[in-house]
Design a protein around this ligand. Sequence first.
Ligand code: GLA
Length: 369
Amino acid sequence: MQSITVKAPGRINLIGEHTDYNNGFVLPAAIQKAATVTIEKRVDRIVTLIALDLNESISILLEEIKPSEIHWANYIIGVIAQFQKKHNFPIGFSITLKSDIPIGAGLSSSAAIECAVAYALNELFAFGIDKMELALMAQKAEQEYAGVKCGIMDQFASLFGKKDHVVLLDCKTMEYQYFPLLLKDYTIVLFDTQIKHALASSEYNTRRLECEAGVAMIQTKYANVVSLRAANLEMLNECVSADLYPIIYNRCKYVIQEIERTLAATQNLVANELVAFGEKMFATHEGLSKLYEVSCPELDVLVDIVKNKEGVIGARMMGGGFGGCTINIVKATEVNRVIANTSEAYKQQTGKDLVNYIVSIEDGAYIIN
Ligand code: GLA
């Protein structure tokens, strides 16, 4: 095999936000929007990266793989570097990339690139690395080459997604379980604020540190609490003073509640209690906005617009935050009306145009040819 083409999707997350790096649960699914890479073996030791959408390309020697000044290239170089920690590439290769995942919309466009490249390199060079390891390598690429200390959710979803299913991942044990997404008369609609917050990655890393600070405080009494997954609100109240450390307290409170909420919401889904599921999405948004403080005015406006409105049973900001999309569960017969009304209200309140995507849930990464 001299060349391979792999498609790896973006993701949505129904519930379980900012829980993955706290050893909690997430409930993502892969979507129809995807990154596609073609990798072709070369006869020399050069690695060429071509971004078709940007009409840009760069070349590097295999021996000189290191972080680049070119932002998009780092997602790919980061993955190549992970392979080089374990294997030698016998020859160079050319990687051609295109993607229809909107960038900065919170749909994991970068994870999709990383996973497509990881999956394709593994197949093309027959390294025999299993899919979970590929997800971890793709995560490392993001951490080391994009500087975001991300959790595993996005890369996991891009590789392990399953058509018409959500997947509950236990980020502590990495055990996972698929559930058919029985939305019956409902549709998932994303509203894209098109806000890309410049501080998103630094704030993300700060949240991680704040959670770790909370864990350290809880550990002074409960030594075996190694992450917020093992903590509960009683421990938090006992060990972290809300008066002295309000920020740390609020961050931990949100995460502890969200981990519990995700499990309860999954049960709602299984029992077909969609209204109860949707209520939990609203509660998640409240926590992300007020306690975790990763929302932004536009996301809050979007959730407010649909709250208590006919046709929408659940809505919240999705992903890392500070911009990107809200995820909404909308009655199928009301989709057009909800989109029209929300777009109009959003324009009125923010002066901005609203972009929407109707989601279909698809398989994770696969070989096209
Ligand atoms: C980003 C990260 C994920 C996860 C979410 C928030 O998408 O890449 O690992 O932490 O934010 O849930």
